[in-house]
Design a protein around this ligand. Structure first.
Ligand code: AVJ
Length: 342
């Protein structure tokens, strides 16, 4: 194992827990990030209605399809959020006097670049620490940052979000960044669990920059998740190819279709796979099976839509006080800045 001096982003009790597999990238041994997620898949598929955790969507093909989604004319989220950050990065960084930017997600999108540029311009000092479960994503991010921002101190954290942000030194002034409306994937259990943990990990006067997609006209929302080229359908149904590969199951992609709608009561897009013919789904390695009835739906992903005022009030209960609210001319997307109280 290569020796590396632990960066000061880690809290005092942390360095002993982390190892360096590649210079500048820290991992938690024993976190089992790459083990087959059999239990997650089997437990939720036996639930009623059947459902899946969203992270299974991101195998190699799924990640490529998601990149394609971000370019679709109907998928306004990425473009709109990027426009807000490009226009307002200066104000955001001015309002958050920090030394360190911790991004939940591998980072190095166009969006992060705006923040790094401003941080260097205003403070001439910038630590950038993305947290991600994908080692490949972190390596790509590291290469790009070293090339484009040689003055940025890069530390990749290869772990789940919660393990990563809990390890950050509280006395280091830090801006936590969680973009893309990824919070939209959190269900009503995940949401409070996530914000309780994040807030507990934040030091007094640390900041959180949160990207959240907003409730809007149903047609606009539904088109964003049901594009004319069928990329979203391919992205959602690909999860079954991935599961077949992982577990040796026999989901038949030719006998299912994609269905999505905006549930106005729960204020979320719901993305389903619907069986177009009954199929017996077998998991030979686990000696189990289930009957997928014709027309029965499996909920593959949710994408919650938010009211920014309500979101600010709700995060207040987690000790996160609103500092600023940035939006686009259509008010389709919100980038919210919070400060940790006490
Ligand atoms: C990555 C969760 C933000 O909910 O808009 C896009 C995922 N799914 N199209 C979203 C997604 C289908 C996306 N997030």
């Amino acid at each position: 194992m290569k020796q590396e001096i632990p960066p000061r982003i880690f809290a005092a009790d942390q360095p002993a827990r982390w190892v360096v597999n590649h210079p500048g990238i820290w991992s938690l041994p024993g976190a089992d990030l790459d083990s087959v997620p059999t239990l997650s898949i089997l437990t939720t598929l036996w639930d009623q209605p059947r459902w899946l955790e969203a992270y299974h969507l991101y195998d190699q093909t799924g990640s490529e399809l998601f990149e394609e989604i971000c370019q679709l004319p109907e998928y306004y989220l990425t473009r709109t959020e990027n426009g807000i950050l490009e226009a307002r990065a200066q104000e955001i960084i001015a309002a958050a006097p920090v030394e360190c930017i911790v991004e939940l997600g591998a980072g190095y999108s166009k969006k992060t670049v705006h923040l790094l540029t401003e941080q260097l311009r205003q403070r001439d000092r910038c630590i950038f620490a993305p947290i991600d479960v994908s080692a490949a994503g972190l390596l790509a991010s590291q290469r790009a940052v070293q090339k484009d921002f040689p003055r940025v101190e890069f530390h990749g954290i290869h772990s789940r979000y919660e393990d990563g942000f809990s390890a950050i030194e509280k006395s280091l002034p830090t801006l936590f960044v969680f973009l893309g409306s990824t919070i939209g994937n959190f269900n009503h259990t995940d949401f409070p669990r996530f914000f309780r943990a994040l807030s507990a990990a934040m030091g007094r006067n640390d900041f959180l920059l949160l990207g959240a997609d907003r409730v809007k006209e149903t047609k606009i929302l539904e088109d964003a998740y049901n594009d004319s080229r069928g990329v979203t359908a391919a992205f959602i149904l690909n999860v079954f190819r991935h599961i077949n590969h992982l577990l040796g199951s026999n989901f038949d992609l030719a006998q299912m279709r994609y269905h999505s709608w905006f549930n106005p009561v729960w204020q979320q897009i719901e993305m389903y796979a619907v069986a177009t013919a009954a199929q017996e789904i077998r998991f030979p390695a686990n000696r189990t099976s289930f009957h997928w009835r014709q027309d029965e739906k499996i909920l593959v992903e949710i994408s919650r839509k938010f009211d920014p005022d309500r979101l600010q009030e709700q995060l207040g209960f987690f000790g996160l006080a609103p500092v600023a609210h940035f939006t686009d001319p259509n008010q389709w997307f919100s980038v919210l800045l919070f400060r940790k109280q006490i």
